[in-house]
Ligand binder design. Sequence first.
Ligand code: FES
Length: 108
Amino acid sequence: MTNIIFILPDGTETAIDASEGTSVLQAAWDNKIDIEGACEGCMACSTCHVIIDEQHFAALPDPSDEEEDLLDLAWGVRPTSRLGCQVTVTAETDGIRVTLPATTNNQM
Ligand code: FES
């Protein structure tokens, strides 16, 4: 299990434990963190947009071209934005801080 700290739009922080191999989106769903994920991880909606802390962002595998294209359309995108459905929980992500944007837009 590894630790994820979700930072909600109101600034509230919620720490959860997640199994390695699951996505950040699935870990959020499993712990009743309010991320929409309208396409359920098919990389078609961008409603799973999250902002990662700089340290962990730098250590993540690079996003695919498809993920980058969808992020270009996401609301409030930042330099450390990712799609939660495309970030896999690993030992290296332990302690990752994941900020939820105030809103999302659905590209479907
Ligand atoms: S859940 Fe739709 S892009 Fe991630």
